[in-house]
Design a protein around this ligand. Structure first.
Ligand code: PGA
Length: 252
């Protein structure tokens, strides 16, 4: 039995005041949702603030990125160990915005994944195809090669401590969600790829769907056998929407 996860990826949004307000609502309303792990991923500069706002509530903390290096002359970077020091349990890696805007390649993402595991963080590895790649019938070639790059470099054993997020690039921030059938098809195939390496780890790994998840479509996405929750961008900035999505996952 896989416990669902709903992770809020705030991206580069918010300020001290809006974060106080959002976290106040989440802490009040996410209590008792034992069937789902809830997680917020604020910008790194707000991790400490969010950690103290969480207090004893059962909301986990995650970062949106981490360095592949432990420490040293890497201006502007945050080491995985520093994120652990601030109370993070998770880190999003290989998000399509990191790949497309900041040029992150599979090898770098694999190095970050290994460093995150080493530091005790649970990586949320993002994979996903562009619209062009989908329309040319290459979805599983792209998703498969993004996934295998990390499986081959880090070993399948590391996926016992990791989460995968399938995020079709064409669905991110566009309001164009994958249909439940499209999501399930890719999620099943992703699990099958992990199973080629280790069937037991494949059966246990959580695979989240991301890309325009909202309060209205969450339940039907999460109802799929291989969809173990969501990675939520825009809707995670609105307390009521995020709470509704967490509740949908708890009921799935
Ligand atoms: P979205 O973003 O929910 O705003 O589409 C998801 C993500 O990028 O993780």
């Amino acid at each position: 039995m896989r416990t669902a996860i709903v992770a809020g990826n705030w991206k580069m949004n918010g300020n001290s005041e809006s974060i106080n307000e959002l976290m106040g609502a989440l802490v009040d309303n996410l209590q008792g949702l034992d069937a789902v792990e809830t997680l917020v991923c604020p910008p790194a500069v707000y991790l400490s603030q969010v950690k103290s706002l969480i207090g004893n509530a059962s909301v986990a903390l995650g970062a949106q990125n981490a360095s592949q290096f432990e420490s040293g002359a890497y201006t502007g970077e945050n080491a995985p160990g520093m994120l652990v020091d601030l109370g993070c349990q998770y880190v999003i890696l290989g998000h399509s915005e990191r790949r497309a805007i900041f040029g992150e390649k599979d090898a770098e993402i694999a190095a970050k994944f290994a460093a995150a595991i080493e530091a005790g963080l649970t990586p949320i590895l993002c994979v996903g195809e562009t619209l062009e790649e989908r329309e040319s019938g290459n979805t599983m070639n792209v998703v498969g090669s993004q996934l295998k790059a990390v499986l081959d470099a880090c070993g399948v054993g590391s996926f016992a401590k990791a989460v995968i997020a399938y995020e079709p690039v064409w669905a991110i921030g566009t309001g164009k969600t994958a249909t439940p059938e499209q999501a399930q098809e890719v999620h099943r195939a992703v699990r099958a790829i992990v199973a080629e390496y280790d069937a037991e780890i494949a059966a246990g790994v959580r695979i989240l769907y991301g890309g325009s998840v909202n309060a209205a479509n969450a339940a039907e996405l999460f109802a799929n056998a291989d969809v173990d929750g969501g990675l939520v961008g825009g809707a995670s900035l609105k307390a009521n929407d995020f709470i509704a999505i967490c509740r949908a996952a708890a009921q799935a």
